[in-house]
Design a protein around this ligand. Sequence first.
Ligand code: UD1
Length: 354
Amino acid sequence: MRILSVVGARPQFVKLAPIAKAMEGRAEHIIVHTGQHYDELMSDVFFKDLGIPAPDYNLGVGSGKHGEQTGAMLAGLEQVFEEAKPDVVLVYGDTNSTLAAAVAAVKIHIPVAHLEAGLRSFNRRMPEEHNRVLTDHASDLLLSPTEVGMEHLANEGLAERSVMVGDVMTDVLYSVREQLTEQEQPLPAGLEAGNYYVCTIHRPDNTDAPERLRAIVDSLAILNKPVLLLAHPRLKALAKTHGIDLASGSIVQNEPLAYPQLVNAVANSAGVVTDSGGLQKEAFLLRVPCTTIRPETEWVETVNLGWNVLVNDDLGKLAPAVERPTPQATDATPYGDGHAAQRTVEALLAAFGK
Ligand code: UD1
């Protein structure tokens, strides 16, 4: 059986790693990189560090407006699918690469499986929310990471196509954490273990308006410990355009980290401040308190279990949230047991194997 994975943005490379491993010896696996993320630090290091085979195709689409970027992917992917003739196209998460691959495949009658199906923020301002909903409804097999995801799919009439597999990001995190314990890693920027926060900000609602971005930077600058700000290219570009100095007060600006270094930095931190989906979960799995600068989250379990606090309009609440005492210990495992990739491959073989 031939399975074709389409990835393009940083979080998708992380999800691809355990899937590529689990496919070995079980199915022919073709990897297509749309080129949505292209910087060495946003793309290549993930393939290298996580042992992912080099992509069979790279469309080199790059950045652009939503329509321009997604359209270029659609055209390129259709050609690749016609040439590679996969039995199923596997799409990951909620980016423009996900939506483009799902649409390109269904139009030429190739079945689509969506990994990380069923997540909802119910916030229609987020491009990712449209990507999720449209991809779920176009897909033939919906692979959900959580029970909450399964409920959302059932509410939308998609229960029959849905399978709960767990979260593949748990698989990667556990295996990388194991490697880290064998080999101690230095912390970036000479930071001291337990005495700094890890921060990422990249969502359009937080970065695009200068007043909003300035207010966020000002609230980070007054935190009581150094804030390791891992600056996404989008953040750097917009801060420059708006004339905002990212390295002010407590903020220590740094390049994005490779995955093992990121896990190490979070595991040794006093807390995480972010608007990223993946990082909220990684903080929870490493039992590091998280504060999320968004009005809502798809990863509601992290909030319900007390390890994630949302702060949005009232940024005066950011410092008290970040500096709060450690939450109550929990042994809950809402994101699976670290074997989601295995279950994903089994579900794919059962649904599309010949
Ligand atoms: C995308 C995803 C988002 C995901 C995020 C992870 C969509 C709609 N959004 O957002 O869901 O959480 O990736 O990072 O697909 N850029 C570079 N170098 C790169 C990549 C991007 O400089 O390697 C810059 C470009 O200026 C570009 C901007 O970042 O315009 C935004 O990149 P884009 O791929 O459009 O979306 P992200 O904001 O990264």
